[in-house]
Design a protein around this ligand. Structure first.
Ligand code: NAD
Length: 357
């Protein structure tokens, strides 16, 4: 097996802490496979050092790497900056620069954590949903956008929702392909009753389905109903495919079904590059306290092993190690039940490492 090149971008806040734990897992894998790890800058930390949240050097090295591992970006100290240099611009920018248009966000409930969800155990037990979110277009990128002052002195803010046929086709293909490896059901979420752009979304998804994926069951749902159905009966979903903004919101909602945002990994894939990251942010409220749950980031590494590095065995080993850690009752504060003892970020990373062969 040829050497694997990974660019690690810890970013801001708890990003630094959780990525440190994930690197322990990369070092473990490095005992059997040659892995070269480089570290780079992104987000507020990058802005402080270089004046931009996405240095060119990070983009160049990200494009050359087999995969990128990202912690999180953002923090209150950068909130007064102009939008163009905010940490979050670094994240949107790297997704765009690396051509990452497909965000896979699995939401699975570990049986050991079914009680940690705010929903009833019988509603969430056994759920296994894959949210496929379009990542490089839609309202987060559409032009024109901005805030203007009208002649009457009022301000008017505007963003533009756009999708082209090919942008919808390629994300639909990813969703149908994912469903083929799962339970063969895709629910496409839109707001076709109100937004013309998502009427096109619905038409194109239907066409892609008819052309090549008749073995997959396709349904359509309006986003408001989807939010309700995710809470009412999450078991009805297998793969959900949706636009950038709807996917952003629904995947956070799905995350809470699983107990904690600190347990959820994600992959952002393009035709050439791939970036793996936990779905949560930089959690300024707990940053620097050693409390963050590193499991979403460690699960992101497992996803990287499976999807980008051709290391499915190591991916399984990491996932099984996490399951055993949970069996043994180790919990960070976000997944601990009231009165349950919890451990910190470093201890959780070490506990996973101790379960690996
Ligand atoms: P957040 O995900 O950072 O935090 C939401 C809540 O979840 C907080 O209470 C936090 O303590 C908790 N939480 C998050 N991750 C956790 C973990 N691993 N372990 C334990 N608890 C965890 O979202 P937010 O507070 O809305 O945003 C904070 C900053 O992060 C903002 O600057 C935002 O723009 C940024 N952000 C970045 C990303 C990213 O880098 N991908 C994603 C979302 C938000």
């Amino acid at each position: 097996m040829s050497a694997k090149n990974i660019l690690v971008l810890p970013g801001d806040g708890i990003g630094q802490e959780i990525v440190r734990e994930a690197r322990k897992i990369l070092d473990w894998a490095g005992k059997t496979v040659e892995i070269n790890i480089e570290e780079g800058l992104i987000g507020g930390t990058a802005y402080d050092e270089t004046g931009t949240p996405l240095p060119e050097d990070t983009v160049v090295r990200g494009k050359a790497a087999d995969a990128v591992l990202l912690g999180a970006v953002g923090g209150t100290q950068w909130e007064s900056l102009d939008y163009s240099v905010r940490p979050e611009r670094g994240l949107l920018g790297i997704r765009k620069e690396l051509g990452l248009y497909c965000n896979l966000r699995p939401a699975q409930v570990y049986p050991q954590l079914a009680d940690a969800s705010t929903l009833k155990k019988e509603v969430v037990s056994g759920i296994d949903i894959m949210v496929v979110r379009e990542l490089s277009s839609g309202i987060y990128f559409g032009e024109p956008k901005g805030v203007e002052t009208l002649p009457n002195g009022q301000k008017r803010g505007f963003n533009t929702l756009t999708y082209t046929t090919s942008e919808i086709e390629r994300i639909a293909v990813r969703a149908f392909e994912a469903a083929r490896k799962r339970n063969k059901r895709v629910c496409s979420v839109d707001k076709a009753n109100v937004l013309e752009c998502t009427e096109l979304w619905r038409d194109v998804v239907t066409e892609v389905h008819a052309k090549s994926y008749s073995d997959i069951e396709l349904s359509h749902m309006y986003v408001d109903n989807a939010a309700m159905q995710l809470i009412r009966d999450p078991h009805q979903f297998d793969v959900i495919v949706t636009t950038n903004m709807f996917g952003d919101i629904l995947s956070d909602l799905a995350s809470m079904l699983t107990g904690s945002i600190g347990m959820l990994q994600s992959a952002s894939l393009g035709d050439k590059c791939a970036l793996y990251e936990p779905i949560h942010g930089s959690a300024p409220d707990i940053a620097g306290k050693g409390l963050a749950n590193p499991l979403a980031t460690i699960l992101s590494v497992a996803m990287m092993f499976r999807h980008s590095l051709d290391m499915p065995e190591q991916a399984n080993q990491v996932e099984e190690a996490i399951s055993r850690v949970l069996d043994k009752g180790f919990r960070t504060a976000d997944i601990a039940m009231a009165g349950e003892k919890s451990i910190g970020t470093v201890a959780m990373g070490d506990a996973v490492l101790a379960e690996l062969p």
